[in-house]
Structure formats: C-alpha cells, structure tokens
Design a protein around this ligand. Sequence first.
Ligand code: AMP
Ligand code: MG
Length: 486
Amino acid sequence: MSVLDGILVRSGFGTLPADFYLPQTPTPLPAPCLVAFNAPLAEQLGLPAEPAASLVEQLAGNALAPNAQPLAAVYAGHQFGVYVPRLGDGRALLLGDIVTDHGRYELQLKGAGRTPFSRGADGRAVLRSTIREYLASEAMHGLGIPTTRALAIVGSDQPVYRERIETAAVLSRLAPSHVRFGSFEYFHYRGMGEQVRTLADFVIGAHFAPFAAAADRYAQLLDAVARRTARLVAAWQAQGFVHGVMNTDNMSILGLTLDYGPYGFLDHFEAARVFNHTDRRGRYAYANQAGIALWNLQALAEALSSLIDAATREAVLARFEPEFVRAYGELMCRKLGLRESRAGDADLIDRLLQALQDGRVDYPAFMRRLGAFRPGDAATRTPLLALSHAPLAIDAWLDAYAARLASEADADAVRQSRMDAVNPLYVLRTHLAERAIHLAVEQRDYDQIDRLHRLLAQPFTAQPGSESYAEPPAHDVGEIVLSCSS
Ligand code: AMP
Ligand code: MG
C-alpha cells in the first residue's frame, strides 16, 4: 500500500457534472525511475521525504490510489489571439485532492498518456520539459510568486518523438485549482450559460469564500482574478520572468503561474525579449505581458458576460492597469531599497531599465549588486559598471539613485539587507536549467536538478560553495531560443 492511498481523496472538481471532464486512466509508463522528488513539499503534504517504490508507481501513473478518480478536464482558449473551441487536458490527468493543514491541493499527473483531448498528439511529456517545469515552479515558489507546484518527476526509457527522439517522463503537479480562463470560454462559446454559472459557483465556493454568498459574487470573482493577475504579472516583471505562452488556456483562475513551457528568466535586460521561438511577432515578449494579461482578462470577462453586465465588466477591468502599476512600482521600489514610493520613482526606474538595456546589463546580477552600493564610496560603483557595455549611463543613473537615497536617510547596511530579501542571488537562468537537463538526459545524472532546486528554494540566501550559480552566463546566451514542444 502506498502512503498516497491514505491521503488522496476524491477531487472537488470531480463532483461537477459530467460536462466538465472525461474519465481517463493513465497510460502505464514502462520501467519508471525517480528523477526528482521534492522532499520539502512532500512533507507538507503528509508524504514521506523518501518515496517508497509504490509511490513512484503511482506518480508514474502505473497504479492508482483507491480514491483516485482520474479525469481529463475540458477547456478551450485563445491561442496567440485565435479562439480554439476545444483544447482540454491532452496529457494531464487530475487524480484527486490532498487535504493539508494549509489547504486542499489537486494532484495532477502531466504526461500520463493520451486523453480524448490529445488531438492526435501522444499525451506524453519529455524529460527535458518536466525538468524545466519542476525547476521553474519551485524557483517561483522560492521567489514568493504564486505558482503551481511540482512534487516529482518520474522518467523512463520510453521514446517520445519531438524535434528528435527524447524519452517520456511524468511530472506530478499540485495546485488548489487548475481551472483556467479557457475553462469558462469553452462553455460560453457553446452557449452553455448554465455550465458557466456552475463553474463560477464551484470556483467561488472552493476558493473565494468571503464573497460566496454576495449577490454580486460573479463581479467580485472577475475583480479578484483581475487583481491577482495584475499582481502576478507585476511580480514576473520585477523578477524578469517571461512566461512565453500566455494563451487564455494557460491563465489560472487563481492567479497562479501555470503551464511552464518556453519560459525564461532574463539575464541581460531586454524589454523585447522573446523566449518562445514560435512567437515570431513577439506577442508574448517580456514588455507585453501586462497588456496581454489584460487582453486575456477581457476574454475571461466576455466568457462571464451571461453573469456580469457590460458596464460592470468594464468597470472591473479598468482597475487592472492601476493595480498593475501600483504593484509593479511597489516591488521595484523594494528592489531599489526605497522605503516608500515617491513622485519621480517611476521615472528613476524607467531610466534604470533603459540604461540596463543599452548596456546589455545582466538584470539579476545588477539588482543584487546594487545592494552593496554605497553613495559615498566610489569603489562600490565598479562592480556595477563592470556589468555594462555602456557604463557611463549606469554611472549617471547611480548619481540620481544616490540623490534619491539621500532623501530617505536610511543606514546603508539596513537598506542592503532589505534589498537582499527581494533581489535573488540565484535565478533559474536558462544556461543553468540547460546544464541540469543535459546531465539528466545524456548521463542520467540527476544531481544538478536537486542542487538547483535547493538553491532556488532559498534564492535570497548565499549558500557557500555555490558562488558560480550566482554569476551571469560566461558568454552571451542571448540568442538561446526555446522550442515550444514539450
Ligand atoms: P500547452 O501549449 O502545453 O499549454 O498545450 C496546449 C494544448 O495542447 C493543451 O490542450 C494540451 O493538453 C495539449 N498538448 C500539449 N502537448 C501535448 C501532447 N504531447 N499530447 C497531447 N496533448 C498535448
Ligand atoms: Mg497549457
């Protein structure tokens, strides 16, 4: 008996009527082997830190806990702005819920085989993409950014065909809910208003208890989702994260970072940076993310139009931009070590980003090193200027920054410790993820996954012996582009 048998219960989502999903058992994964296991998360879930073979079998989809009721959820979505009326879980299966002291989590297996929504694809995930999702979810969590979580990766020798032959793996993913904007769109565009209402009531009942009984609960739902999404994208911008595929089927109704594909964290600062090589027009470029989030919220609002009148929808969506600007400004002020935001700070931030871009300056390294800047000590400028191809602009900006700091009269060391708590030393840079993937795929060496996971779980704290992980890439990896295939 696996320990999961005792803690997995029937999913709340699975109590919805049959319109919302199709039952589907996982396809067995031959000769499964544990690639990564998130022991701290396991412990929070009431699982042992060392997984038994029976748990690995279950996380591979080869055995089912007694209460597991595997199902594939239906959803639709706007992909690159184009409406696709039927997507759904093509390779993810919801097994059930795990109830913990701090809430209830859906347990999904991603890559568990074909479902009625696979649309001709194989229902599998490749080891490369599961490592990317595992590391990114835990890096986001370490940064304090809302995200789905990753419990384990189970690999196999089963060949999977992408641009080349790879091997299949299953990622176990957890979130309070995997409902997406596209889940609502599916029913709305089929004229199934009752199901839109049922889904909205389910989401509100399970996740938005404070307004569950309010007459205007649907407007409050849209408002809550818009605010959470604004704060989420503000955090992405502040920490240099590019999601890469912000289609409405990848937008979480809880404001979580969801569906890690061709994402990336910025090394050098570049507003137009695109990580997804199929995104030729740069729809999902770094600088477009807030605008796209609003576009996606408009699509969600449209999907809820049978429940919320047009004037209310418009009024709610109008609050997105100010919320984003406020949240982003607040985060950036914290990253600059400013106690309170003042008029002129937005301009100071803009000028910094322009100087970073002009000098191809490494964004995480600059922000982290900025904590050690001492206005009265010219020598503390050197490590900052050394990051730039155009140091004069950085030097001029530091003058303006020094003047701004003088207006706060804060002790340098105090400011630095505040800054170190928001400017990560360790970031899931593309070359670090690629190295862990290379070792895993080519040499079955999984230690780098674990090593990176441990660093990224505490990204603000220096860990002795890990200095090289905090450095910008040795040569410019600006041109690494990521395949959308996963
Ligand atoms: P994504 O781009 O990963 O968000 O996926 C978009 C849609 O394609 C979703 O409905 C996925 O379930 C589906 N999908 C992606 N990859 C596969 C695959 N290998 N097999 C089946 N369905 C897939
Ligand atoms: Mg998706």
